[in-house]
Design a protein around this ligand. Sequence first.
Ligand SMILES: Nc1ncnc2c1ncn2[C@@H]1O[C@H](COP(=O)(O)OP(=O)(O)OP(=O)(O)O)[C@@H](O)[C@H]1O
Ligand SMILES: [Mg+2]
Length: 369
Amino acid sequence: MYLKQIELNHFRNISGEKLDFGRQINIIHGRNGQGKTSLLEAVFFLAITKSFRAKSEKIVLQHEKEYLQITGLFETDMKDEFSIRVYYSGAEGKHVFLNQNKIDKFSQLIGKIPVTLLSLEDLELAYGVPANRRKFIDILLSQVSPIYLQALQVYKKTLSHRNRLLTLISENKENSSILFPWDEQLVKNGAYIIRLRQQFTDFANTKIAGYYQRISLRDEEITVQYKSNVPLEPEADDIEKIFRQTLFDNYDADIQRQNTLIGPHRDDLIFYKEGFPLKAYGSQGENKTLLIALKLVESEYLKEQTSENPILLMDDIFGELDNERINNLIGCVIPFGQTIITTTSREKINGLADETVRFLEIEQGKQVK
Ligand SMILES: Nc1ncnc2c1ncn2[C@@H]1O[C@H](COP(=O)(O)OP(=O)(O)OP(=O)(O)O)[C@@H](O)[C@H]1O
Ligand SMILES: [Mg+2]
């Protein structure tokens, strides 16, 4: 996928601006606070119809303005052109248009514009709590599968309802048989969630060490494990059955804690280097390299699932990486096609041909070069 042009109105500190991007590497550079991340955020917003750093549209709407609008002109790998326009105002809410036609449900756009984002906050993926890693995998799988997204939404709703029932049961206001229909919903959707997460993990295991080694130039074995708290046997083909039985075995504990203790909402992804968990043993540089490798795996997964090269977005990730690693990383992203990178120091990128890289300098929300 290639984003040819973006036009922004009243988005963060960008009042009104039209920018043209190159097909391969685009370097958005400028001093702190000029609008580099905002620009990446706008590209992400077009693809996912949400920001990656703001919880609500109100935050990205320029101060004291009534509405914001972002329009992107895209070209697919098969050279079909289309436009996406996102409009938001406090009074009218958010509206998305594909080729001028209003989209009823944002989920209709799922997978249309595959995009991967790598930012410093993603380090939380390596170091942070399991919820961060579940969020990563859920966003990825929701991007490629509307069925996954739906299963996830139903699972979450069912879970919170089940937890309310557990409270009533523990207070003797309900009988535990009331759980049965809810458990069936939980089991069906939860098993599907686990299966797809496992499939992605299998895919990741075939790719992640390769990327890690290409960036670090070290021959180290990196593996990923999907750690489910549903006690699955390796190669278990009947996840539903095992999940159902485990829920049943845990009734007393669940009622006592008024909380569902078993299920994919408590699962985790664990990364290992030479068999040791990187979270506990890895250095900062190693964890950062792991993260970059994971994002490249994500990009490849999106490409496989959507049959379209994703747009890669990288926000300010060169800090702490030596020039050799930066060059290795650039070598890895070039085959994907379009990449948009923000940095305060354009000097970090050198030795690339003019047709490969385009530099855009941003100052106070405007392109100056
Ligand atoms: N809703 C908004 N309306 C107007 N300005 C905003 C809004 N939200 C953020 N800003 C401002 O936009 C400016 C650009 O922010 P942005 O995060 O894009 O900078 P940046 O170029 O990525 O900087 P850095 O190099 O520090 O990461 C900041 O000064 C910020 O305070
Ligand atoms: Mg920034």
